[in-house]
Design a protein around this ligand. Structure first.
Ligand code: SF4
Ligand code: SF4
Length: 147
């Protein structure tokens, strides 16, 4: 009889402890989001793949096709090409490809760019089925962002 009574008391005490913990969590602020319908703001120092930066005044890429980023990349991820249109004082990119499968997010390219024409994006949920899905056309991406 005594053993049964002890078991009831222990069980009831355990139940109260569980309820106390659950209620404690109910009143704490929510730290999760309903992904993929909602997503978290990435920290300012977060490094997604690199992206091209647009000149706010002209709407054109800031990149002048100096290829310093391409030369600085230790993993040979970047391929840049461009032309100097008639009447323009500088070159504009016609191709800016990134092989993100090889990128270590080291920042050598971003640091090498004197015109701040590339930066790390906030892209954190890039997915793909093949390596080709991570061969990124950054110029096309910039144009799509403008639409
Ligand atoms: S992104 Fe910067 S470093 Fe790279 S080619 Fe363009 S201007 Fe040069
Ligand atoms: S972050 Fe580093 S590895 Fe990635 S593209 Fe730039 S230089 Fe290359």
């Amino acid at each position: 009889m005594r053993a049964q009574l002890r078991a009831i008391i222990v069980g009831f005490s355990s139940l109260l402890t569980g309820l106390r913990i659950t209620l404690g969590q109910v009143f704490k602020p929510t730290v999760t989001v309903q992904y993929p319908h909602q997503s978290l703001q990435m920290a300012p120092r977060f490094r997604g793949h690199i992206e091209l930066v647009r000149d706010e005044e002209t709407g054109k890429p800031l990149c002048m096709v100096c290829k310093a980023c391409q030369k600085a990349c230790p993993s040979d991820c970047i391929s840049v090409d461009g032309i100097k249109p008639e009447g323009e004082k500088r070159k504009f990119p016609t191709e800016f490809m990134l092989d993100f499968t090889k990128c270590s997010l080291c920042a050598a390219c971003v640091e090498a760019c004197k015109t701040e024409a590339i930066r790390f994006s906030r892209e954190y949920n890039k997915v793909g089925a093949t390596a080709k899905d991570f061969h990124l056309d950054l110029l096309k991406r910039l144009e799509e962002q403008a639409q």
